[in-house]
Design a binder for this molecule. Structure first.
Ligand code: ZN
Length: 141
């Protein structure tokens, strides 16, 4: 674990019709936020997420082509291949209050989204392929 400090904080609305993951990736690269966290609430016109199968080490894509609330989105910002990288997990809900969630991938269209992006300073975390899980993770030292 790294001891880190607060940097800049951004709070506001994400544009209608933007791609939920791609917008945050572009934002953190534009602002050069190399370490941080993201929280968000809102709604989407369509959700695309993924589930990671631990045995086969493959992501399976889940597409919900319907209107959904974003109950909770949470994620982190770190470095991957020399560029800021966003890792977000989102819980969506439908008109019955049923929830769906997963690892966010490109392909979710924003209806409305309110977000807070917090920058952290004092450390750099780089994602590298980790054999045991098959995932690109931070080093544990
Ligand atoms: Zn994930």
């Amino acid at each position: 674990m790294h001891e880190i400090n607060n940097g800049r904080i951004f709070m506001g609305q994400v544009p209608h019709d933007a791609d939920l993951l791609d917008w945050f990736t572009e934002f953190v690269r534009k602002k050069n936020i190399q370490l941080g966290e993201i929280t968000l609430v809102g709604a989407v016109k369509k959700a695309t997420m993924a589930y990671y199968h631990q045995d086969s080490k493959q992501y399976e894509q889940i597409v919900l082509d319907r209107h959904l609330e974003i109950l909770h989105g949470v994620g982190n910002i770190s470095m991957k291949d020399g560029k800021p990288f966003v890792h977000l997990h989102v819980v969506f809900s439908d008109d019955k209050g049923q929830t769906f969630g997963g690892h966010l991938v490109s392909g979710s269209t924003i209806f409305a989204c309110e977000a807070i992006v917090r920058e952290f300073i004092g450390a750099q975390l780089d994602r590298k392929m980790e054999k045991t899980t098959g995932l690109t993770l931070w080093s544990t030292d």
